[in-house]
Design a protein around this ligand. Sequence first.
Ligand code: SF4
Length: 155
Amino acid sequence: MEIAALYVHLPFCPYICPYCDFAKWAFTPTAARAYLRALEAEIDRAPLVAATTLFFGGGTPNTYEPQEIAALIARLRARFGLREDAEVSVEINPDLGLCERLDGLREAGVNRLSIGVQSFDAGELRTLGRRHWRLRSASSSSAPAQRASPIFRSI
Ligand code: SF4
């Protein structure tokens, strides 16, 4: 059987950054749920491959609830034989509110984070329309990494 690394795109974001060129849409619960249902159907009929790793990119994958990510991981494991100890990564937006979900993501089976930080300069982040500049006043610019490091094996 063919061996593959899985990439799953979760395109919804809580806000749209003006510079962004990725495939993304503004989050609405209805659209995000409909996308999940379509994704599940596509997974179920995808060609069988033996998956070695899994990466959720976006968009802002941590816009979804950890339970929804857990259900997706379970479905992908069942379909593609992903091992329990395989690397499972999620690209996260380090907005403070969304970082509340890190524990839940770990429990969902995620063991690696890719944190999307464009700059630690508040002025540059404002120019880009990124909102995680607020992290600087909330605690420090590296707060998401500090928070995540005891939870995940790779950041
Ligand atoms: S959060 Fe990321 S994917 Fe979403 S609009 Fe901003 S840069 Fe694009």
